[in-house]
Design a protein around this ligand. Structure first.
Ligand code: ASP
Length: 410
């Protein structure tokens, strides 16, 4: 399908989805199954895609020094953009002060976060490996799959001809999965429509949504304006400065991924389409796309990091607790880590919030206040997460070509 055709259809899907969910409310639950089928079809591809992508990506990068340098470039991009995102969140929430004069009406800790009291840095580190790879596949725990595939792919490159045969096998697996993604994209506009319409319908339609929004409207406005600043100003500027690529064209080329991110609220489920857009539309080299995007979907979450910092300070403001510079710095650090630790699934950020709140002694009950609107803000931050990954693929690809391939000569 032509990029433009798909682009218009996806946008039409979103607009129609919002319109129908808004107007017809719970009646739109009738199309929920279509959305679920689309989501499941995407998820079905994620495990084989991640494993084959990481193996092919790492093998494509060649010897271990190149892998190291490319990895460092990716890491530097991830860390820089995540820190800028948290910084923007902190500045905006301190200027707008959305929590002042808002009464905290929720007294209970939401079920999602109960039992998560012990989330800390070591818990995040522990998620990098798994005692059982098959169980990780079943539970869609992506991080151990990435770590295993990276090491596995790296080792394959040292085994000579037999290793190459296995790499070729995964290369073919990857190409086949991407073909399926290509086919699935024909259903994406319908899937996006159904996901949005049924979710808005489940939330009670436009009137109920507006009522929920009114309660925490200033908070939602703070998150959204900070996300817009990061997504529409900071990230495109980084893209332009490093690669001289036109951010508007780049944006247009990833619209399918962004609309899918908005409707699924999951970076992992969107990954197949993010890779497709990067390779096919934005001409990011295959090895960079396959290396950077699975990693990015799991650890690089600018939108989530930004949201965590805004939400934590919002809760403090609501409770009338003044957080000084030191405490805000702690939030800065823990929000960054919490975003790294959040899985690319819906509302994962809400769960890793526990770590941020605990670091400065804020009560977990505060999360209850964010719940009603989180399904919506989750979609907004997931879109920024995927946008950040997509730009990361372009930036790393360019710098890798410039610095690693040509040995640093420009
Ligand atoms: N839903 C987000 C994602 O998949 C994670 C989060 O909850 O912030 O990127």
């Amino acid at each position: 399908m032509k990029t433009n055709g798909l682009l218009y259809l996806m946008i039409a899907g979103i607009v129609l989805g919002i319109f129908s969910g808004w107007m017809y409310g719970s009646a739109m639950l009738a199309v929920e199954w279509i959305g679920e089928m689309f989501l499941d079809a995407l998820k079905m591809l994620v495990v084989p895609l991640i494993i084959s992508s990481m193996i092919v990506g790492i093998a494509g990068l060649g010897d271990i020094r190149k892998v190291g340098k490319t990895g460092l470039i990716a890491l530097a991009y991830f860390m820089t953009t995540t820190c800028i995102a948290v910084g923007i969140g902190l500045v905006m929430v301190n200027i707008i002060e959305p929590g002042i004069a808002v009464e905290m009406t929720v007294q209970h800790v939401p079920e999602k976060v109960t039992g998560k009291e012990a989330v800390g840095i070591t818990d995040i580190l522990k998620t990098f490996v798994s005692p059982n790879l098959v169980e990780s596949m079943v539970k869609m725990e992506i991080l151990p799959l990435i770590v295993f595939s990276l090491v596995f792919g790296g080792v394959l490159t040292t085994l000579g001809e037999p290793g190459k045969r296995v790499i070729d096998f995964f290369d073919t697996v990857n190409s086949a999965i991407m073909k399926i993604v290509h086919l699935l994209m024909y259903f994406a506009p319908l899937g996006v429509f159904a996901l949005i319409a049924s979710k808005l319908g489940a939330a009670g339609g436009g009137d109920l949504f507006l009522a929920e929004l009114a309660k925490v409207g200033k908070y939602a406005a703070t998150v959204i304006s900070a996300l817009l600043l990061h997504g529409l100003v900071v990230l495109p500027t980084i893209l332009y400065i490093t690669t001289r690529r036109n951010p508007f064209v780049y944006f247009k080329n990833v619209t399918a991924a962004l609309t899918t991110a908005f409707s699924t609220a999951s970076s992992s489920a969107t990954l197949p389409i993010t890779i497709e857009c990067a390779e096919e539309n934005n001409r990011v080299s295959r090895k960079s796309a396959l290396f950077v995007l699975p990693l990015g979907a799991t650890v690089n979450m600018d939108g989530t990091a930004l949201y965590e910092s805004v939400a934590a300070i919002f809760i403090a403001q609501m409770l009338g607790i003044h957080l000084g510079f030191g405490e805000q710095m702690i939030i800065f650090l823990t929000a960054t880590l919490a975003a790294v630790g959040a899985a690319g699934i819906p509302e994962a950020g809400l769960v890793t919030m526990v770590m941020v709140l605990q670091s400065v002694g804020l009560p977990l009950e505060g999360i209850g206040m964010l719940l009603s609107i989180d399904w919506f803000l989750d979609r907004c931050r997931t879109t920024v997460n995927v946008w950040g990954d997509s730009i990361g693929a372009g930036v790393v690809d360019f710098l890798e070509e410039k610095w690693v391939e040509r040995g640093g000569k420009t």
